[in-house]
Design a protein around this ligand. Structure first.
Ligand SMILES: *Cc1c(COP(=O)(O)O)cnc(C)c1O
Length: 541
């Protein structure tokens, strides 16, 4: 018996010290997977001079830098960069490449119904498609935006905002936005924060993408776990005054632009309530639905005991539609989808003619709704990826890894947005360069990403360059202001050691931040989506 007691002691010690929560900054809990295939690096870490040359050749544009010349972490995006599981690779071999209604399509429908709830299944009795596949998320955004613009009436009679602090703020924000669009009146789609492609797609169709992040986010509250929430008072005020011009409302989960921050279940339910009181459909931009569900489980009162799939069902239960990039929480390298709730508010708009328009659009652009620009094998890989993405051990590891990377950056003295988001760490460029007196027009965020490429790692500026604009040489910073450099962590691709190497390079730059040169824009400053297209050079001393 004594032996058993001794062993029981160790069992308890293992439990207490090896699986403690929250996990310490150094991981000693094993990953919930192991490597099954690896890709060896083809370029030497030490070739800093060679990379400097390439950085200059490619105009300091991170998108133009050749990926195979990066020895370190490629944190440009977590989109389509996931390492697939062996199960997904095996499914690729089983792809059914039939032109219409291939096997993967039905499998995917079943998986979506399992994950998002049975009510999202394509209704057998309806002649209209309610579920549309696309080759990626933005193709779904384009389809939706063009359908809204051409299929629904334009802006209706609006009232002025009330004479309050909130009213004044909203009036200013909307006027600024409409002026930027060159449309005094336009439809409006409010959101907690639109992602850059969502924003660009709506703006392209002269629909004002109005961001209403919650006050806790605007105040920079580091202790508030749901900084992705929408400002409910602002939403209500917009619908009360401008409802006639609002075709629908969006919530981005997690809120990528706002720092990968989650939205609480309570906020989704309350937003749906407000929308429905005004007869407006609520849509989710659901790219990181599973990561959002994990945060709900971790931080939301009353949700700790719920399983991830149950939380996902609850997130989708009150909404009228959603779109998703399956390159994120689809664990796939390509894919997107748009869902309209059968019998929901959006489906009923215009007697189903919007659904017909969506189908026509899809046939013109993506092929047939049952494959949406994807190969049959991709559908199989997505269907399999969705199984893994809602596993709690996977999500726990994924989000904890991002958090440990964030803690590491803090240790290196780098100002980062807190709490940490689910897929990325956001470096606060304003605080990074605080006290150096660098004006916005010198775009130090761009300098930072260029020097990080030289160090061997790739990050992305999502700040005054990406979200700002310039007209006649005058810079318009984004409103509300965002000025970050994002380090997005691909799923199942890197280990902590890689991320530590990236943090260490950032430490060198931060320690010497007053020496980081300005950049000048050699091409593209006035263009739309300018961060994808521009060319820069380091400004002369
Ligand atoms: C990536 C992303 C999109 C667009 O999806 P793509 O597949 O890249 O076209 C839309 N919204 C959010 C929040 C995203 O992160």
């Amino acid at each position: 018996m004594a032996a058993t007691r001794v062993i029981a002691f160790f069992l308890e010690e293992f439990r207490r010290r090896l699986t403690a929560e929250p996990l310490p900054a150094i991981a000693y809990r094993p990953r919930p997977y192991r490597n099954a295939a690896v890709r060896f690096r083809t370029c030497p870490v030490e070739d800093y001079a060679g990379r400097l040359e390439l950085v200059q050749q490619t105009g300091l544009n991170v998108f133009a830098f050749p990926a195979d010349k990066l020895p370190g972490c490629d944190l440009l995006s977590d989109s389509g960069t996931s390492t697939m599981t062996m199960e997904q690779w095996s499914q690729l071999l089983l792809g059914d490449e039939a032109y219409g209604s291939n096997e993967g399509y039905f499998e995917l429908q079943e998986r979506f119904a399992e994950i998002f709830g049975p009510e999202w299944r394509q209704p057998q009795e309806s002649v209209h498609n309610h579920f549309f596949l696309f080759h990626q998320g933005r193709a779904a955004e384009y389809a939706l935006a063009s359908t809204i613009r051409t299929g629904l009436p334009g802006p209706g009679p609006e009232k002025d905002f009330p004479d309050s602090e909130l009213g004044a703020r909203l009036r200013h924000r909307l006027e600024h936005l409409r002026r930027r669009l060159g449309a005094e009146t336009s439809l409006i789609i409010p959101s907690n924060s639109h992602f850059d492609t969502t924003e660009a797609n709506f703006a392209h169709f002269r629909i004002a993408p109005l961001n209403l992040p919650c006050p806790e986010h605007e105040a920079g509250r580091t202790d508030f776990p749901f900084r992705g929430n929408i400002d409910l008072d602002a939403l209500e005020a917009v619908l009360a005054a401008k409802g006639a011009s609002v075709p629908l409302v969006y919530l981005t989960v997690t809120n990528n632009t706002g720092g990968g921050q989650p939205v609480s279940l309570k906020n989704i339910l309350a937003a749906a309530d407000i929308c429905h009181r005004y007869g407006k459909p609520l849509f989710l931009d659901a790219c990181r639905f599973a990561e959002n569900a994990w945060f709900v489980k971790r931080h939301e009162t009353g949700c700790a005991r719920l399983e991830i799939p149950e939380i996902v069902h609850r997130m989708f239960a009150p909404v009228d539609g959603f779109h998703i990039s399956l390159k994120k929480d689809g664990l796939a390298n390509i894919g997107g989808a748009l869902f309209v709730r059968p019998g929901g508010l959006f489906a009923r708009l215009d007697n189903g003619r919007l659904l017909d328009r969506l189908t026509s659009h899809q046939i013109l652009v993506e092929g047939h709704p049952t494959y949406g620009g994807l190969a049959g094998r991709d559908l199989k890989a997505i269907a399999e990826g969705l199984r893994t993405i809602v596993r709690e051990d996977y999500l726990h590891h994924r989000i904890e890894q991002v958090r440990r990377f964030g803690l590491r950056l803090l240790e290196c003295g780098i100002p980062v947005m807190q709490p940490f988001g689910g897929h990325a760490v956001y470096i606060d460029v304003d605080r990074f360069f605080a006290g150096t007196g660098a004006p916005d027009e010198e775009f130090r965020g761009i300098s930072l990403t260029a020097l990080m490429l030289v160090a061997g790692h790739r990050l992305c500026e999502l700040g005054v360059y990406a979200f700002g604009s310039s007209r006649n040489g005058v810079e318009q910073p984004p409103d509300p202001r965002v000025n970050n450099v994002r380090a997005a962590v691909p799923r199942l691709a890197y280990e902590d050691q890689d991320l530590s190497a990236c943090a260490e390079a950032l430490r060198i730059l931060h320690d010497n931040r007053d020496r980081i040169p300005a950049v000048k824009v050699d091409y593209g400053r006035d263009l739309s989506l300018r961060h994808f297209k521009s060319r820069f050079s380091f400004a002369a001393e």
